[in-house]
Design a binder for this molecule. Structure first.
Ligand SMILES: [Zn+2]
Length: 344
């Protein structure tokens, strides 16, 4: 019953802008959970330690991957840069034993006359397992760096290093340990297209989250026939810079508080300092992002993000801003959390 009401509320919010500050106080859901800043995180698996890690996550190599992808230039949905990126990623993940599915669809946008072909990449590990989790990010870059004050800068090439691409590099590196990863669940890396194929500037009317919305709708449509169920999704966005403060985002807390407590609980235990058990960001405490379409179809989904990242949608969002150490810290938390997951 709660979910049905969420759908209505989230549906309304989705009409607004994405990866953007969202004024939740304007339209608060009735069943909003009070943010428990005084609640101590309780990890599910107190025995989980970094020592259990078999193959270490190599943050330096992850940054090399990040540079390799950014060197392709802008990767706007439907562009040559995006096609080159797809080719690179498919080869990479298949080479490491992942089963890659291209989820292709035609997307339209209010401001654009023509539809554009888009592709979500789904990289499956342990594809036979029915109980599955999602680790996700977006891999399209915004057509314009529209947080640049000088509009003449909007047309300059924007590589979006920490915005989306850091998630891609994170998953590329994590893939090295996935084939034999010690977890009881199936894992899908889902890399969304069309998160910000937006041409109307920061306050315009174009839609966000085209890829994650399509993915969520397909999942919902196949409800009666599919064999798998997603029990959790973790989204990575603007999370990999030096000094990142990964605070708890409002929608994640409202609709997936158990998952928040699980992940932040593991982080607390591992003393992963970038994960802060505190509410939101200075720019906004709630962020509309690719986790909302997933929540909308009943997948518990959280956003691991620092929305105060100063280079957001600016030309200065370049690979030098991304920290190998920060990528490694997030990997330690996520892999430890995944090792503690039980088969349902
Ligand atoms: Zn963005």
């Amino acid at each position: 019953m709660r979910l049905a009401l969420f759908t209505v509320v989230l549906g309304g919010w989705l009409a607004a802008v994405g990866c953007q500050p969202a004024d939740v106080t304007a339209d608060p859901p009735k069943q909003r959970v009070q943010f428990g800043e005084d609640r101590a995180p309780k990890p599910d698996d107190p025995k989980a330690t970094p020592a259990e890690g078999k193959a270490a996550f190599d943050g330096e190599r992850a940054v090399k991957y990040l540079k390799q992808v950014c060197d392709l230039g802008p990767r706007v949905s439907g562009s040559d840069g995006m096609a080159k990126q797809q080719e690179l990623l498919v080869k990479h993940f298949e080479g490491l034993g992942g089963k890659v599915t291209k989820q292709e669809f035609q997307a339209s946008q209010k401001s654009q006359a023509k539809k554009v072909g888009m592709t979500n990449l789904i990289v499956s590990w342990f594809p036979e397992r029915k109980n599955r989790i999602i680790l996700c990010c977006h891999y399209d870059t915004r057509p314009a760096a529209d947080q640049e004050g000088d509009k003449r800068s909007w047309a300059k090439p924007f590589v979006s290093a920490n915005d989306g691409t850091s998630g891609v590099a994170f998953l590329m590196e994590l893939a090295h340990q996935m084939k034999d990863f010690p977890t009881a669940v199936g894992v899908d890396f889902v890399i969304f297209d069309g998160e910000e194929w937006v041409f109307t500037g920061p306050d315009g009317t174009d839609d966000y989250f085209l890829g994650s919305t399509h993915f969520a709708q397909e999942y919902k449509k196949a409800e009666k026939t599919r064999k798998h169920t997603y029990t959790a999704a973790v989204l990575f966005d603007l999370f990999a810079h030096d000094g990142a403060k990964l605070r708890i985002e409002d929608y994640s807390w409202q609709y997936a508080s158990k998952l928040v407590l699980d992940v932040w609980g593991v982080a607390d235990q591992l003393k992963a300092k970038s994960f802060q058990f505190a509410r939101g960001f200075n720019r906004s405490t709630a962020v509309q992002d690719d986790h909302l379409p997933l929540l909308n179809v009943g997948i518990p989904a959280i956003d691991v993000i620092d929305f105060d990242y100063e280079h957001w949608h600016k030309l200065t969002d370049t690979p030098d801003k991304v920290s190998p150490k920060q990528l490694g810290e997030v990997a330690l938390v996520i892999t430890t959390w995944m090792k503690g997951l039980k088969e349902k």
